[in-house]
Design a protein around this ligand. Structure first.
Ligand SMILES: [Fe+2]
Ligand SMILES: [Fe+2]
Length: 450
């Protein structure tokens, strides 16, 4: 090893908080860095002056994040530290597998899930199984999705098919058991990863919300909204889209409410399951207590949409836009995500929006609309879950009522969430939470007696 020209004084001054010691040890090289093993702790060499070395401890987690075959070459007798919780054990195991082993694992777990599902009868047992398989599907997708792939991986098609099969089974379960979504929320404390718990809840709740919406839509929701629109909603859209001609301000022009096919619900449900997949590139940050990092936060939908596209391709665009734009917030300046990033990058100018919620992706991506129906449905659930999440580090979870009140003040009145779909969400939430009685004031405007 070649000593550097640094003097002890300079080392001490520059790195006064770190350890400057003499070591009698062989050095090994790992990814161009030199390491020593002392008293079963790995140290990283930062600088050297003669036989005096500046070293710092290397976190064992960092060491074990290196592929096993590379570690084996170092021939260092280091045991894996005990994992902190069941989630970390699972994640570490997945990281040790090849991509095709992970997909095989997903197939196996899906088969086990289906076999167990047919053997149990209570809704609680069924939802416990579904909650577990949803977590597994999210984790294995995360472990397999990458921006650094070279072309198509041969197992990608299987990953997509297995994930869709799981999404479909959970969708069927939510359709068959009215209580299923509430039950999903009772399993939220099972995992040690707050991110994983959040995505499982959002997946179940967004799927339930889409199914609920579709039933209401088929039962005359659009007509109810059309009737009350001039009195109850028009003023909000005038503020939101000030350049509109008064004659255009009608419910059917501004909130286009599609009737969804089963296939559309399935793809949108997939988007909800994977909506935060971009967070898992920084799971330590999102699950930890590090100070707020705006760049990590603002990048997660963009990263997520990129890795989703690399594997799922363009056949699942509704899901990709849910991943990429679930924080777009009607292009409010506080919103962020894929579409804003693409527009800034290409410096594309768009026409003045004519509509708030589009029912076709082309209307949204052309700039004619502020949001796209599937994106907005997931955004509502995502904000609600973030506010009522029991495992957030810095604040207590809000009750359903408090969360809705907060959403109304901070997201709806400030034009970050659509007011009509927010009202449909209130109606849906009442089916899950009996404490949301009409006396609390949360009656959707389209339900109010006139
Ligand atoms: Fe997110
Ligand atoms: Fe989220």
């Amino acid at each position: 090893m070649t000593p550097s020209n640094l003097s002890d004084t300079k080392l001490q001054k520059t790195f006064s908080e770190e350890r400057l010691v003499r070591v009698n040890s062989d050095w090994v090289t790992l990814n161009s860095r030199k390491l020593a093993l002392l008293s079963r702790q790995l140290y990283l060499l930062k600088a050297a002056d003669g036989d005096t070395f500046l070293i710092e401890p290397l976190a064992l987690d960092d060491f074990f994040s290196i592929p096993e075959k590379d570690r084996a070459q170092l021939n260092l007798a280091i045991d894996r530290p005990p994992a902190k919780d069941a989630f970390q054990i699972r994640w570490a195991e997945l990281m040790e597998m090849t991509a095709s082993e992970r997909v095989q694992e997903l197939s196996q777990q899906r088969e086990n899930f289906e076999a167990k599902l047919s053997a149990v009868s209570s809704p609680e047992q069924k939802v416990a199984l579904a909650s577990e398989i949803a977590e597994t599907a999210f984790l294995i997708n995360r472990a397999c999705l990458s921006l650094n792939k070279n072309g198509d991986d041969p197992q990608d098609a299987t990953l997509v098919a297995e994930t869709l099969a799981i999404t479909n089974s959970v969708l069927a379960l939510i359709m068959e058991t009215p209580l299923a979504v509430s039950l999903f929320r009772t399993f939220q404390a099972k995992t040690q990863s707050p991110t994983l718990a959040h995505v499982t809840r959002v997946f179940a709740m967004a799927t339930g919300f889409l199914l609920y919406y579709n039933r209401q839509r088929q039962a005359g929701l659009a007509a109810k909204i059309r009737i009350v629109f001039p009195q109850e909603y028009a003023s909000i859209y005038r503020e939101l889209l000030p350049s509109l001609n008064e004659s255009w301000i009608k419910a059917d022009n501004l909130i286009r409410l599609p009737i969804l096919s089963r296939d559309q619900i399935r793809i949108q449900s997939l988007g909800a399951l994977l909506h935060d997949v971009g967070k898992v590139t920084d799971l330590d940050y999102f699950d930890g207590s590090a100070p707020k990092d705006d760049i990590k936060i603002r990048m997660h939908p963009i990263t997520g949409a990129g890795i989703f596209l690399r594997t799922y391709g363009t056949n699942y665009e509704d899901a990709m836009y849910i991943v990429g734009d679930h924080h777009n917030y009607l292009f409010n300046p506080e919103g962020y995500g894929l579409t804003q990033w693409e527009r800034n990058r290409s410096q594309r100018t768009t026409p003045a929006p004519q509509c708030c919620i589009a029912d076709s992706l082309a209307t949204y991506t052309s700039g004619e609309a502020l949001s796209y129906f599937p994106v907005e449905m997931c955004a509502l659930v995502d904000v609600y879950d973030a506010l009522s999440d029991p495992s957030r580090q810095y604040r207590k979870p809000l009750s359903s009522y408090q969360a809705l009140a907060f959403m109304n003040e901070t997201f709806v009145k400030t034009h970050k969430l659509d007011p009509v779909l927010f009202d449909v969400f209130i109606d849906y939430l009442k089916t899950l939470d009996s404490s949301l009685s009409p006396e609390l004031g949360f009656t959707p405007k389209y339900q109010r007696r006139r």
